[in-house]
Design a protein around this ligand. Structure first.
Ligand code: HEM
Length: 401
C-alpha cells in the first residue's frame, strides 16, 4: 500500500527531483498537489503510456468536475471553468471526441502544415529583424511568444492586436489562481471568442480554416456555437502556450550546455531532428490534462481505485532511465523517438506538425542571426510558472550577439 505524499511547495520549481524519487518508488503514487488537489501521479514511461490509452480512463469533463470537488482538500482548489470553453475534444471520450477531432484533422496534417512554412519563416524573420546585437531582451516576450500566437491567430482569423489579452487570460487559466481570477479570465476569453465566432458566422464564407469550420464541412457535420467557441479556445491555448515554452526551455538548455549549442551552430541541419530531443528533455507540458478512472486500474503492480484523478507526468516519463540512457542529459544527436511530450493515444497532439515546424524555424533563425547569445541572468534566478500543466519560464533574459 502506498502512502499519500504532499508534493513540496516548490514542486514546480524542481519537478525533476520529485519525479526521480517517486519513480524510484513505483510507477504511480497518490499525492496532494501544492494547491491542495488529491490525485494519482504517474511517473514511469511504460505506465504513462498505459494510463494515456486504457479505456477505463476517461477525459469526460462532467465526471471530472464532480471528482475535482470530491478530491479537493482545500476549498480554493479550482474547479471546471466556464462551460462555454469546455465542450472541446480534449475534454471528451469517443464517440464525441472522434466527431470533433475529425472535423479539424485534415487542416493539421503534416502535409498541410508544411504549406505554412513560408509564412512561419516570414513571421520569424520579421520578429528577428526587430532585434539587435547587444540588446538585452526577454526572449519569450520578444520572440518565442509572438511567433506561435501570430500563427494561431492567423489560422483562427483573430486580430493580432488582442494577443496580450490572450496571454494574460491564458496564463490565469493555467495557473493556480484564485477561483475569482480564473473565473474572470474565463469570462473575458469566452466573451471575446463568442463575438469572434458570431462575426465569422455573419460574414461571407472564405477559404480560411476557421471560416470553413464555422460555415460547414465536407461531410455536412457542423459545430454549434458553444463547440466553435470551445474549439477556438482549445486551439488558441494549446497552439501557443506550449510552443512558446518549448522554444524558451530549449534555448535555456542550450545556453546551459555550450558544447551542445556548438554542435547545432556547426551543423544547423541537425536542428529539425534535434526537436525531438528538446521535446523529450524539456517538453513544455509537465502533467497531461487530468484524467479520471472509471474502474480500478492496475499500473505496474499499483492499483488506482475507481473515481480517482489521474495525472500523467510527461516530463517524468520522458526522463525515465529505463527508457532513455542518460535520461537527464541533453544530447542533440540522440534519437529521442518514442517520447510522450505530445501525449499518446487518441488525444495525441493535433498540432504536433505545426509545433515542430515553428520550433525548427524559430531555433534555426535565432541561432543563425544571434549565434553568440548568452543568458543575461544567473540560471538559478529564473523562475518557473506556477502550473502543473505548463513547464515554462516566467522570463528568459538573454543578451543578443
Ligand atoms: C493535445 C502537447 C502544440 C493543439 C496535446 C496533448 C499534449 C500536447 C501533451 C495531449 C494532452 C492530453 O492528452 O492530456 C503539445 C506540445 C506542443 C503543442 C508539447 C508544442 C511544443 C500544439 C499546437 C496546437 C495544438 C501548435 C494547435 C494548433 C492540440 C489539440 C490537442 C492537443 C487540439 C487536443 C487533441 C485531442 O484531444 O484529441 N498537445 N502541443 N498543440 N494539442 Fe498540442
Amino acid at each position: 500500500m502506498t502512502t499519500l505524499t504532499r508534493l513540496p511547495a516548490d514542486y514546480v520549481q524542481n519537478p525533476h527531483e520529485v519525479h526521480d524519487l517517486l519513480r524510484a518508488e513505483g510507477p504511480a503514487r497518490e499525492v496532494i498537489l501544492p494547491h491542495g488537489l488529491k490525485a494519482w501521479l504517474v511517473t514511469r514511461y511504460d505506465e504513462a503510456k498505459i494510463a494515456l490509452t486504457d479505456p477505463r480512463v476517461s477525459k469526460n469533463v462532467q465526471t471530472g468536475g464532480h471528482l475535482m470537488a470530491k478530491h479537493a482538500t482545500q476549498t480554493h482548489v479550482r474547479r471546471e471553468i466556464e462551460p462555454t470553453l469546455s465542450v472541446h475534444m480534449l475534454n471528451m471520450d469517443p464517440p464525441d471526441h472522434t466527431r470533433l477531432r475529425k472535423l479539424v484533422t485534415k487542416a493539421f496534417t503534416a502535409r498541410r502544415i508544411e504549406l505554412m512554412r513560408p509564412r512561419v519563416e516570414e513571421i520569424a524573420a520579421e520578429l528577428i529583424a526587430k532585434l539587435n546585437d547587444g540588446d538585452e531582451v526577454d526572449l519569450l516576450e520578444a520572440f518565442a511568444f509572438p511567433l506561435p500566437i501570430t500563427v494561431i491567430c492567423e489560422l483562427l482569423g483573430i486580430p493580432i492586436d488582442n494577443r496580450d489579452d490572450f496571454r494574460e487570460w491564458s496564463n490565469q487559466l493555467l495557473s493556480f489562481g484564485t477561483p475569482e481570477q480564473v473565473q474572470a479570465a474565463a469570462g473575458a476569453m469566452a466573451g471575446f471568442l463568442f463575438q469572434h465566432v458570431t462575426a465569422i458566422a455573419e460574414a461571407e464564407p472564405n477559404d480560411t480554416f476557421f471560416s470553413a469550420l464555422v460555415h460547414a464541412d465536407d461531410s455536412g457535420d457542423r459545430l454549434n456555437t458553444e463547440e466553435l467557441i470551445s474549439m477556438a479556445f482549445l486551439l488558441l491555448v494549446a497552439g501557443h502556450e506550449t510552443t512558446v515554452n518549448l522554444i524558451g526551455n530549449a534555448v535555456l538548455a542550450l545556453l546551459k550546455n555550450p558544447e551542445q549549442l556548438q554542435i547545432l551552430k556547426d551543423r544547423p541541419e541537425l536542428i529539425p531532428a534535434s526537436t525531438e530531443e528538446f521535446l523529450r528533455l524539456e517538453g513544455p507540458v509537465n502533467v497531461a490534462t487530468f484524467r479520471y478512472t472509471k474502474e480500478p486500474l492496475e499500473l505496474g503492480g499499483v492499483t488506482v481505485p475507481a473515481d480517482e484523478i489521474l495525472m500523467v507526468s510527461l516530463i517524468a516519463a520522458n526522463r525515465d532511465p529505463q527508457r532513455y540512457e542518460n535520461a537527464d542529459r541533453l544530447d542533440v544527436t540522440r534519437s529521442a523517438q518514442g517520447h510522450v511530450a505530445f501525449g499518446h493515444g487518441i488525444h495525441f497532439c493535433l498540432g504536433a506538425p505545426l509545433a515542430r515546424l515553428e520550433f525548427d524555424v524559430a531555433l534555426t533563425r535565432l541561432l543563425a542571426r544571434f549565434p553568440n547569445l548568452t543568458l543575461a541572468a544567473e540560471p538559478e534566478t529564473l523562475g518557473w510558472r506556477d502550473s502543473t500543466l505548463i513547464r515554462g519560464l516566467h522570463t528568459l533574459p538573454v543578451r543578443l550577439a
